[in-house]
Design a protein around this ligand. Sequence first.
Ligand code: URA
Length: 216
Amino acid sequence: MRRVEEFPNLCVLDHPLIQHKLTHMRDERTSTRTFRQLLREISLLMGYEVTRNLPLALERIQTPLVTMDAPVIAGRKLAVVPILRAGNGMADGLLELIPGARVGHVGLYRDHDTHRPHEYLVKLPDSEGRTFILVDPMLATGHSAVHAVNVLLERGISREQIIFMALVAAPEGMRVFNEAHPDVPVYVASLDDHLNEQAYIVPGLGDAGDRLFGTK
Ligand code: URA
């Protein structure tokens, strides 16, 4: 795990398996099928780190040999909240790791001209004692990520309950995110170089939703 001085809330998950798979996702020759599979695999691997600090509690169980107090995840556990539509691909990987997690959805689309998010759907599980992992592959301008965190905060979920997980972030987007939510941890596989004039991440991987679903 790599830290970046400018963004104290950012963790770059530089595990070799994650980096190897990300390279294949970036490659324009990679098919929709492989892209989808790799996003699922990377999300599962990232989930391992993202959930590292979940609190544990002891539960008394009986093994075939003895009674023991054994660790289990404490409290109401987790919710995975994909930002539609590309977030779905990451949620699938996380849910393989945490099959019991609740799933919420935040539907945002990005205005082609302003690059600003518009909200069309919010569905969330009850929040008490739950950690919410918001997922969206591309943290580009940062506006959708900020908006999605705001959606959770407006519904009474506290900042300490929120984690943001993306595949690739742009420094410009991280600055916007940190301005709004410096205390929300962000996990990414890569902090890329910059945003271009169309607000695409460079080098990036193109439009994550289109590549995931095979649309144009
Ligand atoms: N959304 C994408 O899918 N890709 C980008 O590079 C930026 C935003």
